[in-house]
Write a protein that binds this ligand. Structure first.
Ligand SMILES: Cc1cc2nc3c(=O)[nH]c(=O)nc-3n(C[C@H](O)[C@H](O)[C@H](O)COP(=O)(O)OP(=O)(O)OC[C@H]3O[C@@H](n4cnc5c(N)ncnc54)[C@H](O)[C@@H]3O)c2cc1C
Length: 380
């Protein structure tokens, strides 16, 4: 029997294998992964430092152990180089493997900050467990970190580094951080609260170049200012990995285009997780990929179903000021209503008919997460 081939051993690829095995123990499943296949929870990478956890402590299982548990084959350090959708084969290590169904769970790549300067290659990003291991090694004996980008990942790392006693400068091009998640009022509260705890904000600034300065690096900003640091972490965004799919002739937009049955534009190929654009939505978070994995597992096991998304609030793991957002993405023209509640802040966006379209909660107000989530419409 030809296998279902899953490419990628992140939470999407492994999540699908687990869900599929709950429904079917016979069908061969092969997982191909470019990395070592270690099982870990990626969201923990941006909170592990303050908890004193190193990379090895974040690894839950080896690929070998998981393969045994699930009864699947896992080939590590195996990069898929090409897909032939006509003959239903993938090319790896110079050989070809046939599939019954192919699932692309390729994740996303950090966006290259495109910096000038003789130390631009010292800028790092943390997008998997191996990156995290390098990050922790490079942090040893160091004190000062510059972070580029104040989105979810940049803000979480800034929070974690501050709590672990580092000096942190955060450079962000917009007026307030987390602008795709937080309305301006809560963005500013976040800046104030984290600044009080020592985070140095450089808003409406971009890094232009990174230069060697003895053992340090000097980050040059677009207004001519310079920041000296031991280490520079770039967190300016992630881009779905689509090249493999594009080269194989699959339809690609921001991500690999799939419908609500997770079907790509050619037969017997699906995409899930950070690389996928499902019904027009690229949602690089755990809850959506788990919903996709459950739906695709059911479909591959012969059930007829279609993906549905409930409202899926996102927790931003910044214990200095905990944040939860749900529903609408803030737009500059929108009128969010912000209230102070005891120990926290609540911002809500209402439609003309009074229905809740989105919320953002900070501090103690995050306990309203479940109540407000119930008022939001399902996403899909
Ligand atoms: C620091 C950080 C914190 C986060 N915190 C949160 C959070 O709090 N809540 C939340 O919901 N989400 C969070 N996220 C996002 C969430 O972790 C991701 O959405 C999720 O882990 C993506 O899983 P994935 O399996 O799609 O991709 P990945 O984990 O990136 O896996 C991709 C896999 O594909 C493999 N691969 C790629 N190309 C090939 C190829 N050609 N051949 C073979 N293998 C290949 C890779 O080796 C890898 O195994 C966070 C992300 C980061 C980086």
């Amino acid at each position: 029997m030809e296998p279902i081939i899953i490419v990628g051993s992140g939470m999407a690829g492994y999540g699908l294998a687990r869900e599929f095995r709950k429904r079917n123990s016979e069908q061969p499943v092969t997982i191909l992964t470019a990395d070592d296949g270690a099982v870990y929870s990626k969201p923990l990478l941006s909170t592990a430092l303050a908890q004193g956890q190193v990379a090895d402590q974040l690894q839950q299982h080896t690929a070998e152990a998981l393969a045994g548990q699930l009864g699947v084959q896992i080939r590590t350090q195996t990069r898929v180089e090409r897909i032939d959708t006509g003959s239903r084969q993938v090319q790896v290590d110079g050989g070809c493997l046939s599939y019954r169904h192919l699932v692309l769970a390729l994740g996303a790549d950090p966006v290259d900050p495109g910096l000038a300067g003789d130390a631009a290659d010292r800028v790092m990003s943390v997008n998997d467990l191996q990156d995290y291991r390098r990050f922790r090694n490079r942090l040893q004996g160091k004190r000062r970190v510059v972070i580029l980008g104040g989105g979810l990942i940049g803000c979480e790392f800034a929070n974690d580094l501050i709590l672990a006693g580092y000096e942190v400068d955060l450079v962000h091009p917009r007026e307030w951080p987390l602008e795709r998640l937080l309305p301006p009022a809560l963005g500013r509260v976040f800046v104030d609260q984290t600044r009080e705890r020592g985070l140095n904000w450089h808003l409406q600034r971009k890094a232009r170049a990174v230069w060697h300065a003895g053992d340090d690096v000097r980050v040059e900003l677009d207004n001519g200012d310079s920041l000296t640091a031991d280490l520079v972490l770039s967190a300016i965004g992630l881009r779905p990995r689509t090249n493999l799919a594009q080269d194989a002739g699959l339809q690609v937009a921001r991500g690999i285009v799939v419908d609500r049955r997770l079907n790509a534009s050619v037969p017997a190929v699906s995409a899930i997780g950070d690389c996928a654009e499902v019904d027009g939505l690229v949602l690089p978070f755990v809850q959506p990929l788990l919903a996709q994995a459950r739906t695709l597992a059911a479909l591959l096991a012969g059930e007829d179903t279609v993906l549905a998304y409930p409202a899926m609030p996102v927790t931003i793991k910044t214990p200095i000021l905990p944040l939860v957002v749900g529903g609408a993405t803030p737009e500059p023209a929108q009128n969010w209503q912000t209230d102070t509640v005891e120990g926290g802040w609540r911002s809500c966006l209402y439609a003309a008919d009074g229905s809740l379209q989105g919320f953002a909660l900070a501090g103690a107000a995050t306990r309203e997460r479940a109540t407000l989530s119930r008022l939001l419409s399902p996403l899909l």
